[in-house]
Design a protein around this ligand. Sequence first.
Ligand code: HPA
Ligand code: ZN
Length: 332
Amino acid sequence: MYEYLRQLPKTELHLHIEGSLEPELMFRLAKRNGIALDYASVEDVKAAYRFDNLQGFLNLYYQGMNVLRTREDFYDLAIDYFKRASDEGVVHIDMHFDPQAHLVRGVALDEVMEGLFRAKEEAEASLDLSIGMIMAFLRDRSQEEALEVFEQAAPYWTRLDAIGLDSAERDNPPVKFKALFERAAKEGLALVAHAGEEGPADYIRQALDELKITRVDHGVRCLDDSELVERLRSEQVVLTVCPLSNVCLKVIDELGEHPLPALIEEGLKVTISSDDPAYFGGGLLANHVACRDAFGWDESVFKALNRNALEEAFIAEPRRKALLQRLDSIGE
Ligand code: HPA
Ligand code: ZN
């Protein structure tokens, strides 16, 4: 089964590239940039990765990315993850990145974008991997700032696939960013948002109605609201569920109690992703293996989840078609 899951062509729709920063690379970049870390060793970093909730994680996530300063750093960050993901059978990644988290530290937008785009282009040319780009905005900051950053990114709009909304969900309802999402829609970008991770089911509805999103990141809290579930089912809105993330951030107590089987049972369009693999115990393959162990799913379930992800991915149509065919031809 492990070998089946490894070679299955896998797609993830929910990955924060800054959350793929492994402690080893963090140390290497800290040294290169002359930055002192609060940790003595890689083991020290790993020991610190115990979180009580989303905010506890975000504090370390923003601290960790402080080593990213130049375009080379962003290139190294992304190419490092792309190679690891490709080695474990990932064929497509829709990748979030957080420009505001870098701009506030005095890192220029061009450093972020040039580094990430170089890694994307190189990976697409040399690995069996395609990458969608989601410029994410921090919901615990103002809409005004988000709009400014969006305008600043104008030279890159045509190379982006979507905008997203992430960071601290509680008390930062989707509607706060209505004008930003309208603005991005006008430029032809797709719209996604984190909703219903720690926030209530109503934030999912708000993100659909007010922000006009087409994909829900996380969305696990939808089960609190049967009318919403009915709507997600009839419209087949995709949910990018992140099982290991939900355990690490205590959205649920343990994987065996995760609502994933219930979401599938409800007929929702479910996918699985790794969210922040360096912080939550592994990448997309580890998430597949953990689900197998927790739920006992057979091959057909994993195939169906990856089919869902491929159908909704930000990917060129010929590659989508070829990957769907490849997925279908894998024996069960
Ligand atoms: N939720 C919200 N914001 C984030 C996350 C997450 O899981 N990961 C990185 N930013
Ligand atoms: Zn996320």
